[in-house]
Design a binder for this molecule. Sequence first.
Ligand code: ZN
Length: 154
Amino acid sequence: MPSGKVHLTVELALLPGWVAAGALIGLPRPHLTAFALSYTCAALLLSPDLDLARSAPASRWGPLRLLWAPYARLFRHRGLSHSLFWGPLTRLLYLGGLALLVLLPLHFWLGAPLPQAFPARILLPLLTGVYLSHLVHVGLDGVWTQMARRLPNR
Ligand SMILES: [Zn+2]
């Protein structure tokens, strides 16, 4: 398995290419910006390797890394968390659930306003950023595993 540093380096190195490809096919600048921000945040903070109790992505959360301990207990390493479709969805729903645990009591007890929904037009670029970062991670995991199998016994 590549280290967290290798994953992050490859994912961030590909970002300018993704943005250039998006510009080439004529995506508007706000969409490219939303995509680049979500891709970067996903690479840094929503890695599939949050399914490990101790990992570089979990440590990037600082003291909040404890919030991901239940996620690491729920999902075995390289299981559903690394699924091409379900993986990012598990982390987004988990994060949404955590946000609700904080926001709903604040809303009902203190009258704090709930956040407004994302404008629908930037939802697709945001999700594309999260999913593309995930696909690069899982692809690199796969390439790394294939290379390790082909190497002679170490
Ligand atoms: Zn992984």
